[in-house]
Write a new protein. Structure first.
Length: 279
């Protein structure tokens, strides 16, 4: 990982996943803390083979760092402060360890947006379409390939100003909706959008809310999503290097104007893209 991005990721995660160094009474359980939408960085002692790590039913990304294996567990934005989520690890020798993650609060700002009424109060037809698309995308986002990512340092997917940040509590036409699960880049329609890292295109389609969308698998549950595109310039199963154009900025789906919505996922959880991008 390039040094700048690596320092940013580690320093950010030191805030988003703070060790409490409190060992509960039962053996082989340690506890850390993390915020909704953050990443819990969990080191495991060195061994020849990586441990298999899960958060609930989902596999967790594990990468070698020096003499240790480090799991990077994404924490869902919907995680409730005060709750505990458990990560279970099984080592190659058959021994097991559990790590408890205490969810601590993080204050995300509000954002109020005006969109056409039909994009908030859906018709029966649009609601049925959305439900089909949501089920399809949920399946896509569970993709887990065994090969680890080339790096955790991603490059900006478009030349543009970062506008709406991750985690905003959103209100559309005055009605509360799901928080913003990505980062927006303000850019003119038609501006090229590039893959943020090397990977394989696992989905490319046109959806009710996200418009024309591309999803790239970078390995072990690290996925990136590019939404509201005016054009898609990649096909499913295509392998793309970092920086390869995969689409163009647009205003498709539920938007107030042309921009790129960029999301990063770990073990199906949308996490803050700023952790993976250079300053």
């Amino acid at each position: 990982m390039p040094s700048i991005a690596r320092r940013r990721l580690l320093s950010s995660i030191s805030v988003l996943a703070l060790p409490l160094w409190a060992w509960p009474a039962r053996a082989n359980v340690r506890r850390i803390s993390a915020v909704p939408g953050g990443v819990a960085r969990i080191p495991f002692d060195g061994a020849h083979r990586a441990p298999r790590v899960r958060l609930g039913e989902d596999r967790v990304l594990v990468m070698r760092e020096g003499d240790a294996w480090v799991a990077h567990a994404g924490i869902a934005l919907s995680a409730t402060p005060g709750s505990i989520v458990k990560v279970d690890a099984e080592r190659a020798d058959g021994t097991a360890e559990s790590v408890e993650i205490e969810i601590v609060p993080k204050a995300y700002a509000e954002q109020h947006l005006k969109v056409p009424p039909g994009k908030v109060d859906l018709s029966k037809k649009d609601l049925a379409r959305h439900e089909r698309e949501r089920a399809h995308l949920a399946k896509v986002l569970r993709t887990f390939s065994d090969a680890p990512p080339e790096t955790l340092a991603l490059q900006p997917p478009v030349q543009g100003v970062r506008s709406s940040s991750f985690g905003l509590r959103r209100f559309f036409n005055g009605q509360p909706r799901s928080p913003h699960n990505g980062m927006d880049f303000a850019a003119a329609a038609g501006t090229p959008v590039a893959a943020a890292g090397r990977g394989r295109v696992i989905d490319a389609g046109d959806y009710f809310f996200s418009g024309r969308t591309v999803i790239v698998d970078h390995g072990q549950g690290l996925l990136t999503l590019y939404a509201h595109l005016s054009a898609i310039d990649a096909r499913v199963d295509e392998r793309v290097p970092a920086g390869q154009p995969i689409g163009k900025v647009g205003a498709t789906g539920r938007v107030t104007g042309a921009h790129l919505h960029f999301s990063v996922y770990l073990n199906t959880a949308a996490v803050d893209p700023a952790l993976f991008l250079p300053d």
